[in-house]
Ligand binder design. Structure first.
Ligand code: ATP
Ligand code: MG
Length: 430
């Protein structure tokens, strides 16, 4: 059979899924610390949800969506991002009426975009994102950014750069938009057809164009920073103040424009500065979207959020040479030789599992030496050796695979002593 995975998708093999689980776990823990609750929405939605919210001048809507007609002739789309669905659910389930505001949500799951495959860019990827809806307090902007930074730091990333900008409110953007049109219009023929279309609809998006990024008119374009009205400028100042209180270093980049239409005020990206990461260095992006809930039929409810892919987080960890290889997921490998010992092995492996001690044993009747090799490959913390001698003494031998130390453990104290040894092992490895 020569059927392979579709282009842009990948199998996550058992040798890697452990890393995924660790990252997913630390994400869930962090969300719980910050009190964001999980929401799970469908993998596909009505196409209109994305054209309306993400915006029909964006790359996502124009080129990247997996859209299909179902058998009932509805146009459906595999979700390319999580904010639209989350906000749809917020409106549909009237979360604006919840007693506790803002509503703080997170999601984690596969997203789909028809993109050119490269390292860090896939057609199916897993995004984790959060949304805080119902507050226009700059302190929550800082909280959202701080949650993203926490996840990366807990995962062990060191070379991080936070870039922020303000896209201003509607009034500021209208003034800026006019200046942009005046700036680009006389030379628009030099730009790609996408940019020509963007000129009247959404000229801000020209600044985010990947084709024309080196055109000198990009660098000389009027900066939004000069068009922020007082309210927007004050808001931005406060976000920066709160980030400083939270000890989060940042860089302001007036050219940071996010790809989606619904952003205003705070926009941010988190990059990795690790060498060897390749062309793609943006790990996460987010921002404020004060008009989106209304756009999707709800009452005015300001929101802010971000999204990151687990794939890029793992790539960044790899680029920083994080040593996942030393991670041990197996506490005890039970080694036995002979009929009686084998029976004991089955029994003890089960006893371990019932006591929350991860354990494995041999099912191929291999020699002790080969079982030992297996334990090594699985990165077991300990092996438990059951032999006739030991059985006679009602005891077993526990060997620490990091330092080679052995101890004879009486069977009636087995669980207690193995648990103590595991605790000591973990302490030692820290
Ligand atoms: P880019 O400029 O890299 O295309 P984007 O602006 O399309 O990014 P967003 O839509 O803001 O990205 O998505 C937020 C995050 O989701 C990105 O920072 C990245 O971590 C991740 N992401 C987006 N597209 C992909 C993809 N095709 N493969 C893997 N991760 C992705
Ligand atoms: Mg993209």
């Amino acid at each position: 059979m020569d059927i392979k995975v579709p282009r842009g998708t990948q199998d996550i093999l058992p040798s890697d899924s452990g890393k995924w689980q660790i990252v997913e776990e630390l994400i869930r823990e962090t969300c719980s610390l910050f009190q964001y609750k999980e929401i799970r929405t469908p993998i596909f939605e009505h196409t209109e949800l994305f054209t309306r919210s993400v915006g029909d001048t964006t790359d996502i809507v124009q080129k990247e969506m997996y859209t299909f007609q179902d058998r009932g002739d509805r146009s459906l789309t595999l979700r390319p991002e999580g904010t639209a669905s989350t906000v749809r659910a917020y409106v549909e389930h009237k979360m604006f009426g919840y007693a506790d505001q803002p509503v703080k949500l997170y999601y984690m799951g596969p997203m789909f975009r028809y993109e050119r495959q490269q390292a860090g860019r896939y057609r199916q990827f897993v995004q984790f994102g959060i949304e805080a809806i119902g507050s226009a307090d700059p302190a929550i902007d800082a909280e959202v950014i701080s949650l993203a930074m926490s996840v990366y730091q807990k995962a062990g990333l060191k070379n991080l750069k936070l870039v922020i900008n303000s896209l201003g409110d509607t009034e500021s953007r209208v003034a800026h938009k006019e200046a942009l049109v005046n700036h680009f219009e006389p030379h628009i023929k030099e730009f790609c057809t996408d940019c020509q279309n963007r000129l009247q609809k959404n000229p801000l998006r020209i600044l985010d164009c990947k084709v024309d990024r080196n055109n000198p008119l990009m660098a000389s374009a009027p900066s939004l920073a000069d068009f922020l009205n007082d309210e927007s400028a004050t808001y931005f100042e406060k976000v920066k103040e709160y980030l400083t209180i939270l000890n989060i270093p940042f860089v302001v980049d007036p050219n940071l424009v996010r790809g989606l239409d619904y952003y205003n005020h705070t926009a941010f990206e988190i990059m990795s500065t690790a060498e060897g990461l390749g062309a793609i260095t943006t790990l996460a992006g987010g921002g404020r979207y004060n008009g989106l809930v209304e756009e999707l039929g709800g009452p005015e409810s300001p929101g802010i959020g971000f999204a990151m892919s687990i794939e890029r987080l793992l790539l960044a960890l790899e680029a920083e040479d994080n040593n996942w290889a030393t991670l041990s997921m197996l506490d005890v490998y039970v080694i036995s030789m002979g009929e009686a010992a084998k029976k004991k092995a089955v029994e003890l492996t089960n006893v371990f599992r019932q006591n929350n001690i991860t354990s494995e044993m041999d099912y191929l009747d291999r020699k002790i030496k080969t079982q030992m090799k297996s334990a090594d490959r699985m990165k077991a913390k300990f092996v438990l050796i059951i032999g006739d001698d030991e059985l006679e003494k009602e005891s077993v031998m526990l060997k620490n695979l990091s330092n080679g130390e052995q101890q004879l453990i009486p069977l009636n104290k087995l669980v207690e002593q193995v648990k103590n040894s595991i605790t000591a092992w973990v302490e030692e490895e820290k």
